[in-house]
Design a protein around this ligand. Sequence first.
Ligand code: CAA
Length: 296
Amino acid sequence: MSNFFEPSLRRESSEIFDQRAFIIHYTLVLHGHGMGNRMSYMMIETEARGRVGLVRLNRPEVLNALCDQLMVELGTALTSFDANPRIRAIVVTGNERAFAAGADIKELQGRSFPDTAMDDFIGKTWEVVTTITKPVIAAVAGYALGGGCELAMMCDIILAADTAVFGQPEIRLGIIPGAGGTQRLTRAIGKSKAMEMILTGRMMDAAEAERANLVARIVPASDLILEALRLGEVISGMSSIAAVLAKRSINRAYETTLAEGVSYERAIFLSLFGTPDQREGMAAFVEKERQAREGR
Ligand code: CAA
């Protein structure tokens, strides 16, 4: 597969490897685990529901404020589900009140410029979310603010409860979004609306977020997890190689021109004709048609 990826993608892969190595190292040091031990988390909960990995952010007392440790744990959990062949899609969620109310402001308050730059703050930990190869669904109820909104936008699909509230209120703290908000929100909802939200800190409810194409759809809050897992299960039922490469190709649309993006898509499309999934998928379709014809 790798031979038709451009050099820029190969460079990205080595950066991804560095980030992942950091995450695993940091977590092992943090919790004093040996390499063979099962990872235990303090700020998230994880479980496998069939072929879907579920990660629940778990700092309810601070509306799931995204501190360093939580982001390291999240990166580790996602990376571990990504590497697990039994898992084919991942759901990230919070609780009824908050998906996440942003980066942890109490932790941010003590940060200074040289430290943030030297630590590669955000880059080293948060960006791991964007390196996950399997489809990731953000199931959002309550607040998704600042870094919380940015985290949801790093995922592949946002499923919103009718209680969801999205916003980038960083300007009220004297800063701007720092985990991709000015870029991903603008691409999702357009310049004018993104400007208004980011320059004023105005929040939008689920209905407005759906109208603005920030979210795929809205479901009743009581059904959110079930619907997100159902969506993950539908994706899991598809060819896993096709799902992973479809995600990669869609994400390419954000990084390149139309002509290059279509060419990238075409190379992936053609490569899928070398897979058993294509042969089995098409043979099953043709056989079903034949049986239906003969049954008529
Ligand atoms: N960081 C740290 N603590 C937070 C937090 C955050 N982002 N958001 C909420 N909390 C804490 C509150 O301090 C409070 O803790 P205490 O009980 O110890 O006082 C607890 O969570 C509950 O919050 P509130 O009492 O404020 O709840 P509320 O219902 O009155 O208000 C809210 C809810 C409107 C979401 C309000 O909490 C709020 O405005 N939070 C901050 C939102 C924000 O500015 N996010 C951007 C952060 S910066 C960022 O994300 C940078 C980036 O781009 C990476």
